[in-house]
Design a protein around this ligand. Sequence first.
Ligand code: 5BU
Length: 274
Amino acid sequence: MRPTFTRSYTERAGKFSNPAARQLLEVMARKQSNLCISVDVTLKGEFLEVVDAVGPYTCLIKTHIDIIEDFDQDLITQLKNLSSKHDFLIFEDRKFADIGNTVVLQYSKGVHKIASWSDITNAHAIPGPSIITGLASVGVPLGRGLLLLAEMSSKGSLASGSYTEGAVRMARDHRDFVIGFIAQNRMEGIGSRGFEAEVDEDFLIITPGVGLDQSGDSMGQQYRTPFQVVAEGGSDVIIVGRGIYGGGVDIPTIQTRAERYRAEGWKAYEARLK
Ligand code: 5BU
């Protein structure tokens, strides 16, 4: 059987029943972009300015909505307008980690009402399957998708080995809602027979810790290049944050960097299809 990561994004889009996964793969093919941009800035005006500037180069804008100091509902209206204007999906990197009843409230209520605007969100596997069923009760009727954290990019991460296997097994039981993983490697076959090519399952792999010019930061972040992540590791989407907006640079520089990462990510994808 041909391994998932050697199939095109378009071919894979048709196999997903989850609407968010299908739309993401379709946008990626349409825009020739497997670049998710993490816009971790703390003011609404700057956030929207950066999103508008990088919109053309990205398939997915990743947010940490709780770091925005002057958050209001208009930010969400404008973000959704930009997602239509530039044709990208929205991923709130919320990393839910509580019991089912609590995550239902955190996902749907409060100031941010994440489920109402975020196509994709993510959760830790640590609470067990009830975190998925809780989030799914809100997200599935809205056509949302969930990524489980199977691995992390930070030094000394405890998410490895049997923990990662447990996360994959949880995902397999909830294929309508769990569309893939935040991970550093592909996950098909993990925790089952162990032979990737024998297992015909497809999970999206979204990978943070991507940088072309640095190997890490002073707080444990570790970077690999788009080629290492996509061509060698088989990941589907690269997440880049400070590599694009970092260093207090102007908007044209941010756009130049976004296009550089888009081109590198796409080149790595084309290389692995061959
Ligand atoms: P950076 O500026 O490219 O280092 O930002 C990476 C982003 O991805 C940042 O928002 C993190 O919260 C996020 N992230 C990560 O870096 N590593 C992980 O394992 C996970 C998320 Br999960």
